[in-house]
Design a protein around this ligand. Sequence first.
Ligand SMILES: Cc1cc2nc3c(=O)[nH]c(=O)nc-3n(C[C@H](O)[C@H](O)[C@H](O)COP(=O)(O)OP(=O)(O)OC[C@H]3O[C@@H](n4cnc5c(N)ncnc54)[C@H](O)[C@@H]3O)c2cc1C
Ligand code: SF4
Length: 334
Amino acid sequence: MRELEYLRPTDAAEAVAAVTGHPGARFLAGGTNLVDHLRLGVATPELLVDVRRLPLDQVEEVETPDGPGLRIGANVRNSDLAADRRVRSLFPAVSRALLSGASGQIRHQATTAGNLLQRTRCVYFQDVTTPCNKREPGTGCSAIGGYDRYNAILGASEECVTVHPSDLAVGLAAVDATVVVLGPHGERRLPLTDLHRLPDDRPDEDTTLHHGDLITAVELTASPMVRASTYYKARDRASYAFALVSVGAALELAEDGTVADVRIAWGGVAHKPWRARRAEDALRGRPLTEDAVRAAAEEELADADASAGAAYKVPMVRNATAMVLTRLAREATR
Ligand SMILES: Cc1cc2nc3c(=O)[nH]c(=O)nc-3n(C[C@H](O)[C@H](O)[C@H](O)COP(=O)(O)OP(=O)(O)OC[C@H]3O[C@@H](n4cnc5c(N)ncnc54)[C@H](O)[C@@H]3O)c2cc1C
Ligand code: SF4
């Protein structure tokens, strides 16, 4: 049996100091991902700093730098966040993304920050008997030439071809969320789209955070466009299944029916929530038709590189994007 130290601070700065000062320390929130990894031998921390007593469990109405919005504490449970009436009405993509993830029981235990920082579901990552550069740098990638149905089609590297599993992260990318981080040198804010990284030659690093950085909150700014947002997830079963591909989107139409602004985020296609900025640029100022969305998605997918088993994701994400945006357009003109 491995020995493990456990701390349960009530002050965020204390939690940050405890992890920063110990290379083998990890934050623990709902435990639905980290505890699994402890049991599997994928994670071997020496100190667990439980953050659940930190006062980070409220959804508050705040003035963000870009206008009125919500500040979601890092410890807000996924079930509470999905049910929050302000989130449901002002940021439907966020609520729908949460409700499409995991199961009721897991959502009740899982937290906002923990969901964003959950690790990949790659089967090789979770099996310590197989080579995996993300789990053990330099050992190789078993998914290349192996079981490839869930592999990335965008932004992968020769070191790692896995995808990011969080639905919430994709919903938040579609509404331009900001992440608030407390580190050893104070607080900073970063766009959600800058939180996760592509694998490049360091697939063991999932995010741009440093050891000891604590996510304290996620901030959302309200606008008519994000009020007209949604999330769609294609998966093998209706519940308890990660995304094959998913689409978070927000749309604002001009009076003449052309696209005034649009945001498109894809899940299940890359090592991070993928903001389809090329597709967004292709759609702005154009009439929103199904063909226009398909063509825009094609532009985004020009660099797609899919292994045989994951090739279905290319048409799937294109079709899903066309369906989601044409539905949003119909609702906007109703
Ligand atoms: C059977 C099953 C099905 C699932 N299906 C889905 C699904 O369909 N979609 C989906 O999105 N997810 C799914 N999940 C994943 C689940 O949503 C995550 O396990 C959960 O959200 C993680 O949250 P947690 O609070 O339990 O995190 P923990 O397990 O406690 O922590 C996860 C990681 O976050 C770090 N961490 C936690 N809080 C902070 C903080 N404040 N600051 C910095 N680091 C922090 C921890 O150190 C750890 O590395 C599924 C899980 C299971 C077990
Ligand atoms: S795809 Fe990434 S996580 Fe999966 S085996 Fe390869 S290196 Fe590991």
